[in-house]
Ligand binder design. Structure first.
Ligand SMILES: Nc1ncnc2c1ncn2[C@@H]1O[C@H](COP(=O)(O)OP(=O)(O)O)[C@@H](O)[C@H]1O
Ligand SMILES: Cc1ncc(COP(=O)(O)O)c(N)n1
Length: 277
């Protein structure tokens, strides 16, 4: 059976993040990728040069066209840009009773450009977050969503709990932005009580453009194939670790990750690089 996923996100002309990262990741993991664009960005490894939002009707029309024809097993969202777009997406997904939803609450690009308007944060919290099967914030995004300051391990736990209280079924609070020098660790916490930490070696590289997009797309690809939430996030961590560790060194700024590295690494080697506790 062919499994289908959809990404609702922005286009990154540089190919490392956004829709491009999502579709490459779906393809690598054997899930058929469909998409609805929310914005075009003129972007490269040095930064975001321009943002052109897509009209709300055009976003809804793309989602409807896909959902009217395909059996989509998982949807992920990335850059959503405005409150109007978020509201329309939430209403459309509710109308289609689409249940498996991974929300990567993209706010700011690595170079500092805003990919979500300030007044859209509330719409993300009230309209979309309660529909989430899994939400995957990085530390700054979790701070904005919860209003908490996140520095210590217990701050991470408290923020994850608060995100569950806000309506997500599960959260992966990603630790890429923490000051852990030797490892990058992410906390998985679910409303059903499941909890674990995924810890991998921190790769010393500036080429981390699109890590969050790629990670959440890998989760969506695996959920679309019927993986459980915990199995999907663990495999996504393997995928992103391989992609960062085998960087392509493209461009003069924050380069993209290597979306085909995972398929070249044996399962045994993948398992060796990840500690689950
Ligand atoms: N230098 C790194 N080495 C290894 N893993 C990393 C590194 N930076 C980020 N990660 C991992 O990449 C994923 C994305 O993390 P993060 O950088 O926190 O999110 P975002 O890209 O949304 O800012 C997480 O699984 C995180 O642990
Ligand atoms: C269109 C688009 N979407 C998302 C990101 C965030 O990238 P990252 O995954 O590095 O946070 C980006 N830079 N551009």
């Amino acid at each position: 059976m062919t499994n289908v996923a959809m990404t609702i996100a922005g286009s990154d002309s540089g190919g490392g993040a956004g829709i491009q990262a999502d579709l490459k990741t779906f393809q690598e993991l054997g899930t058929f990728g469909t998409s609805a664009l929310t914005a075009l960005t003129a972007q490269n490894t040095l930064g975001v040069h321009d943002v052109y939002p897509v009209a709300v009707e055009a976003v809804v029309s793309q989602i409807s066209a896909v959902l009217n024809d395909f059996q989509v097993s998982a949807i992920k969202t990335g850059m959503l840009f405005s409150a109007d777009i978020i509201h329309a997406i939430a209403e459309t997904l509710k109308a289609y009773k689409q249940h498996t939803l991974i929300i990567d609450p993209v706010m700011i690009a690595k170079g500092g450009a805003s990919l979500l308007l300030d007044d859209a944060v509330n719409a993300l919290k009230t309209d979309l977050l309660p529909l989430a099967t899994i939400i995957t914030p990085n530390i700054p995004e979790a701070e904005v969503l919860t209003g908490l300051t996140i520095k210590t391990d217990s701050d991470v736990e408290n923020a994850a709990k608060k995100l569950l209280e806000m309506g997500a079924e599960a959260v992966v609070l990603k630790g890429g932005h923490r000051d852990t020098a030797n490892y990058a660790e992410d906390l998985f916490l679910a409303a059903n009580g499941e909890r674990f930490i995924m810890r991998s070696e921190r790769i010393n590289t500036k080429d981390t453009h699109g890590t969050g997009c790629t990670f959440s797309a890998a989760i969506a690809a695996r959920l679309a194939q019927g993986f459980t939430a915990s199995a999907a996030v663990i495999d996504a961590k393997h995928f992103i670790q391989a992609a960062i560790a085998n960087g392509l060194h493209l461009g003069a700024g924050h380069g993209p990750t290597n979306h085909w590295a995972y398929r070249e690494i044996s399962e045994k080697v993948r398992k060796e690089v990840l500690i689950i506790e």
